[in-house]
Design a protein around this ligand. Structure first.
Ligand code: MBD
Ligand code: FE
Length: 283
């Protein structure tokens, strides 16, 4: 480290992610799930665990270690991180079976609703000395017939050039590299930002320790997070990655798709530019 900035701790980002999750759940209310559905899903889940214990001949020591691990995940506030990294991609895969339009990807634990709405062209809120390669990200939002969607919103959030997210790292100002960008009357948007760095799961928390103990790396490739909305359309939750980026082929969260890779070009001054269009299906 070349700075004396406090580096984010797993416990800090974990508990912030747990708080953020609770805050967004409060808006949407408890889902109504039938007794039959709960019984079916929970018995299938338990059958998977029981089968693993039998086929792997899991010992008492291992069983008790698992309990200790799960207790630590809760105490560290890492349930959102652990579940989004190891499980969410399958939920997204199932949801996407019945969907058309731009491919989706996982939401992840670091979305914060209620960011400022900025008209396109917009520069994402950033520190005066924000490090990183300048990126101009532009495109158009259309419906499945190809019609432009005026006033579409691009709710965007990303890590900085060190791989940290505002709201989950104490040294970054609130709202940094987050905004809701409002497209123009042709559904076009232009967003000025910087290229994020790859993201490393904190290695000092239970999720990171589990990955290390299994001999797996803790990295996600560099990515932009997006929620793309328009009136009457289904909101697309997705992520965009960068061609040639490290960890693209081994994302710890298994959340990359070939359709979601940007290929920015140098446009002078060291600035990179890239276009990406979004297609939203009817709600
Ligand atoms: C991230 O930045 C992320 O996008 C996901 C899915 C999990 C952990 C950190
Ligand atoms: Fe992320």
């Amino acid at each position: 480290m070349t700075t004396t900035q406090p580096s984010p701790t797993a416990a800090g980002s974990g508990s912030s992610a747990t708080e953020a999750f609770r805050a967004t759940r409060a808006d949407s209310g408890a889902p109504q799930v039938s007794t039959e559905r709960i019984a079916a899903v929970v018995s299938s889940l338990l059958a998977g665990i029981h089968d693993t214990i039998r086929t792997q001949a899991v010992t008492y020591d291992e069983f008790q270690a698992a309990k200790g691990f799960l207790i630590e995940v809760g105490e560290g506030g890492e349930w959102p991180l652990l579940l989004d990294v190891l499980v969410e991609h399958v939920v997204e895969d199932v949801a996407s079976r019945s969907r058309t339009g731009t491919k989706g990807s996982i939401l992840g634990p670091y979305y914060l609703p209620g960011q400022p709405r900025l008209d396109s062209p917009a520069t994402l809120p950033q520190r005066p000395d924000e490090k990183g390669t300048a990126l101009v990200f532009s495109g158009q939002v259309r419906d499945t017939e190809g019609n432009p969607l005026p006033g579409a919103e691009i709710d965007i959030w990303q890590a900085d050039e060190q791989g940290y997210y505002s709201g989950f790292a104490p040294h970054i100002p609130e709202g940094n590299l987050r905004a809701v960008v409002v497209a123009d009357d042709q559904g076009r948007f232009e967003i000025h930002t910087i290229e994020p760095a790859p993201y490393q799961i904190p290695t000092d928390g239970p999720t990171g320790k589990l990955l290390g103990a299994a001999g797996w790396h803790p990295w996600r490739p560099a990515h932009l997070h997006l929620l793309v909305r328009a009136p009457g359309k289904r909101t697309v939750t997705t992520q965009l990655y960068f061609r040639g980026g490290e960890w693209l082929d081994s994302d710890v969260a298994s959340a990359t798709k070939p359709e979601l890779i940007l290929d920015p070009v140098e446009v002078g001054d060291g600035t990179h530019a890239v276009e990406y269009d979004f297609t939203l299906e009817p709600a």
